[in-house]
Design a protein around this ligand. Structure first.
Ligand code: SF4
Length: 359
């Protein structure tokens, strides 16, 4: 490990952001070289040295590489015109705030990310530069929440919310905690995956602990991402009483394989991260080439059953268009029904008839 490797600031200062820098580390394919040129200014590139170190430089199909290095397909109109920049209709009347479900809101605190993931559902925001909400914009959001007593649960996301300076983070958390009806605060952060060094800072952990209950939703997509440093980051959070749940996105070429998913969820359980969701990839312009069929998701869910405890099996879900929210999906295990007699499919593929009466 080189100088500064365990230092978050060093990781951020040394992010790889240009074609010439990246060429020093990877032998790029023409698709990638052109991709970096064509996506400049629209979907920029940034890769932490840590995340780059997980890439196998000899494999153009490496799953970390596919998530981090731009490719020409991102701007191929023939494919990307099937997607929309804001397919989930997150933008509302207050900048940085989405209120979809009655009891919860999403705050998009910043457009900065440690790594600009190529599959990001919010890649529309990359082109705006790296901007964090001002204190005035935060006040406006807090006012809205204060007036909406039905809001109990706040998801703070981005970009990367835990990249924001501690002073501003505390300003937001303090204001939220002053609101009686706010019960839960969650952070959607990919830093345990992209720059786990962020959690080696006791001042950040003190802050999160002070405003408990705080939950972390993170985003591991591949077993290669579950490293010793990621484990250390998670461990530090857990020791402060901050639970860490994971939301994986099903991505073509990256993790659309039952064995890979099984390995990912087993590794997550080992580091005490709960696989919460497996999201079907949204039709996002610039990322639609990562989309698989729904059948692929069902195949994976069916494969997992019986090979890992229920705790390790996430809810497979698809986001409905028009901002209509998530729908959980399950392969159909009820093969037939006659009255109260059902034919179920067991985990090993056999069929079992079972009469279930109410007494
Ligand atoms: S860290 Fe999250 S918000 Fe940022 S680019 Fe990756 S997926 Fe998108």
């Amino acid at each position: 490990m080189g100088k500064g490797w365990r230092d978050y600031g060093w990781q951020i200062r040394n992010r790889i952001k240009t074609l010439s820098e990246l060429k020093r580390f990877l032998k790029l394919t023409p698709e990638e070289e052109e991709g970096i040129r064509l996506t400049k200014g629209l979907y920029p590139m940034a890769i932490t040295p840590y995340y780059l170190s997980l890439i196998d430089p000899d494999d153009p199909q490496d799953p970390i590489r596919l998530q981090a290095v731009p490719r020409k397909v991102e701007v191929d109109e023939k494919i990307q015109s099937h997607g929309e920049p804001d397919a989930l209709k997150e933008e509302g009347s207050i900048y940085g705030l989405t209120h979809r479900y009655p009891d919860r809101v999403l705050i998009r605190l910043t457009t900065f990310c440690a790594v600009y993931c190529r599959h990001c559902m919010r890649k529309r925001i990359f082109a705006n530069g790296e901007k964090t909400l001002t204190y005035k914009q935060i006040d406006e959001i807090v006012d809205y929440i204060r007036k909406h007593e039905e809001v109990r649960d706040i998801l703070i996301s981005g970009g990367e919310p835990l990249s924001v300076g501690l002073e501003k983070l505390e300003y937001l958390l303090k204001k939220l905690r002053e609101i009686k009806h706010v019960e839960i605060i969650r952070f959607g952060t990919r830093l345990p995956v992209l720059a786990p060094q962020r959690f080696f800072d006791d001042k950040l952990l003190d802050l999160l602990e002070r405003y408990s209950p705080i939950w972390i939703n993170t985003h591991f997509n591949h077993p290669k991402e579950v490293t010793e440093l990621a484990e250390e980051a998670v461990d530090r959070l857990l020791k402060r009483g901050i639970p860490v749940n994971n939301q994986t996105v099903l991505l073509k070429g990256v993790n659309d394989d039952p064995q890979t998913m099984l390995e990912l969820f087993r590794k997550l359980l080992k580091i005490k991260v709960k696989p919460q969701y497996l999201f079907h990839c949204d039709p996002i312009k610039g990322a639609i080439h990562f989309r698989t069929s729904l059948d692929k998701g069902f195949e994976i869910m069916r494969f997992l059953r019986g090979k890992i405890s229920g705790m390790g099996i996430p809810t497979y879900a698809v986001d409905l268009p028009g901002g209509k929210g998530k729908v959980p999906l399950l392969p159909n295990y009820v093969k037939e029904r006659r009255g109260n007699t059902f034919t179920f499919e067991a985990f090993d593929g056999t069929e079992v008839e079972y009469t279930i009466e109410e007494f």
